[in-house]
Design a binder for this molecule. Structure first.
Ligand code: CP3
Length: 357
C-alpha cells in the first residue's frame, strides 16, 4: 500500500533505539471524553458505532493530532473489546459505567459459544479500513499505532463481564486456579486471534503496535509467569516474524515485578510502565537489555497547574534520560481532565526533553 511519506519519525526512531534530538510524546487515551470534539461525535453515535464506522474512527483519531501539534504519534480509535465481540460475545458500553457483557463465560463448557478460529479480515475489517483511511488522512504528520488487548486482560473481561475497575477479578482468577487447562485453552484462542489481528493492522497501515495488558498487575508473579507472559512473548515473536521492522510495545500495567523478565525474554522494543515504579529504577532493571521505556507520569498530575506539571515532568525525564525513552502517562487520559492539561504535559516534554548542549 502507498501512503504519504512520514515527516515526523521521532517516535519510530526512539522505539528502535536510534538517536533522537528530543523525547517523543503521545498519550494513552489521547482521543476520548475529555475532548469536547469527541463528545460531539459521541452525542450522535454510540461507542462501538464510532469504532465500527471507519470514517468516524478516523475522525476521532485525528482530533488530538489536530488539536495538539506537539504529539509525535497517533493511536487508532477502537477498543480492546472488539476481539471478544469478533469471537461472538456481546459487549455493550454503558455510559458512566464502562463495558458490560450480558452473557460472560460462566463455566469452561461455555467456551463452546465462542467463534474460533476467527476470520479477522471479515469480522474486524472495519478496524483495518479505519487504519488505512487514517494513514491517508494523517498525511505523514505522525505515525499511527495499532493495538490489541493482551490475552489475559481479554480473558478477564470475557469471564468477569465488565465492572472490573473497582472489582477484584475473583471469577477470572478462579479459572486460573481451578480450571488450568481450560484457561490455557481460552488464552490460546485469544492469542491466535490477537496475532492475526495485529498482523492485519500492520498490513492495513499500522506503523507500530501496542499490546495492552491492563490487568497484568492483578496477577501474582506466579500466575503472571504461567498465564500471561508466555502468550505475550508469543504474540511479539509471531508478529515480528511476519513484520520484522514494525516496533512492538508492551504495556503490562502494574507488573513491575516482571519488568526484568520481560526485558530479558521478549522481543518487544518498548516496555511501558505505570507510575508505581521510579524511572531510575526501571532504567537500572532494563539497562542491559537495550529496551526503550515508555511512561509513566501519574495521570493525577494533569489536574495540577502547569508549574507542577513542569516540575514532575522534569524529574521524570531526569530519571529516564532522553534516549530510548517515549514520554506518556502511566495510564490514560481521564474524562474529567481538562483539554489544556494534555497541552501542558506535551509542552513540558518539549521543554525538558531535549539533549543538553
Ligand atoms: C482496558 C481497556 C479497554 N479499552 C482499552 C483498554 C486498554 C487501555 C487501558 O487500560 O485503559 C483500550 C482503548 N480504549 C480506547 C482507546 C482509544 C485510543 C486512544 O488511546 O486514544 C484504547 C487504546 C477508547 C475508549 N474506550 C472507552 C472509551 C470511553 C467510552 C465512551 O466514549 O463512552 C474510550 C474513549 C470505553 C472503555 N473501554 C474499556 C474500558 C474499561 C472502558 C470504560 C472506561 C471509561 O469509561 O473511561 C476497555
Amino acid at each position: 500500500m502507498e501512503f504519504p511519506k512520514l515527516t515526523n519519525d521521532l517516535f519510530i526512531r526512539s522505539c528502535k533505539g536510534e538517536l533522537v534530538e528530543r523525547v517523543p510524546v503521545w498519550i494513552m487515551r489521547q482521543a476520548g471524553r475529555y475532548l469536547p470534539e469527541f463528545k460531539e461525535v459521541r452525542a450522535d453515535t454510540d461507542f462501538f458505532g464510532v469504532c465500527k464506522t471507519p470514517e468516524l474512527a478516523c475522525k476521532v483519531t485525528l482530533q488530538p493530532i489536530d488539536r495538539y501539534p506537539g504529539l509525535d504519534a497517533s493511536i487508532i480509535f477502537s477498543d480492546i473489546l472488539v476481539v471478544p465481540q469478533a469471537m461472538g460475545l456481546e459487549v455493550q458500553m454503558i455510559p458512566g459505567k464502562g463495558p458490560h457483557f450480558p452473557q460472560p463465560l460462566k463455566t469452561p463448557e461455555e467456551m463452546s459459544r465462542l467463534i474460533y478460529p476467527v476470520d479477522v479480515h471479515s469480522s474486524l475489517k472495519y478496524v483495518f479500513e479505519a487504519i488505512t483511511l487514517t494513514r491517508h488522512r494523517l498525511g505523514g504528520r505522525v505515525p499511527l499505532i495499532g493495538f490489541t488487548g493482551a490475552p489475559w486482560t481479554l480473558m478477564a473481561y470475557c469471564i468477569e463481564g465488565g465492572g472490573i475497575s473497582g472489582g477484584n477479578l475473583n471469577a477470572a482468577k478462579g479459572w486460573l486456579y481451578n480450571h488450568k487447562e481450560a484457561s490455557h485453552k481460552l488464552l490460546r484462542m485469544l492469542t491466535d486471534v490477537c496475532i492475526d489481528y495485529l498482523v492485519g493492522q500492520i498490513e492495513a497501515g499500522a506503523q507500530a503496535i501496542q499490546v495492552f495488558d491492563s490487568w497484568a498487575g492483578e496477577l501474582s508473579p506466579h500466575l503472571f509467569y504461567e498465564f500471561a507472559q508466555p502468550y505475550l512473548l508469543e504474540i511479539a515473536e509471531k508478529v515480528r516474524a511476519k513484520h520484522p521492522n514494525i516496533p512492538l510495545i508492551l504495556f503490562a500495567k502494574g507488573a513491575n515485578h516482571a519488568l526484568e523478565s520481560l526485558a530479558a525474554n521478549s522481543v518487544y522494543d518498548v516496555l511501558g510502565i505505570d507510575w508505581t515504579i521510579d524511572p531510575t529504577q526501571a532504567r537500572l532493571i532494563t539497562e542491559k537489555y537495550k529496551k526503550t521505556l515508555q511512561g509513566n507520569l501519574d495521570p493525577a498530575v494533569l489536574y495540577c497547574p502547569k508549574e507542577i506539571v513542569d516540575e514532575q515532568v522534569e524529574k521524570m525525564i531526569q530519571g529516564f534520560g532522553i534516549q530510548r525513552y517515549i514520554a506518556n502517562l502511566g495510564h490514560g487520559m481521564q474524562p474529567q481532565h481538562n483539554p489544556d492539561s494534555a497541552n501542558n504535559f506535551i509542552n513540558s516534554i518539549h521543554k525538558f526533553g531535549k539533549e543538553k548542549k
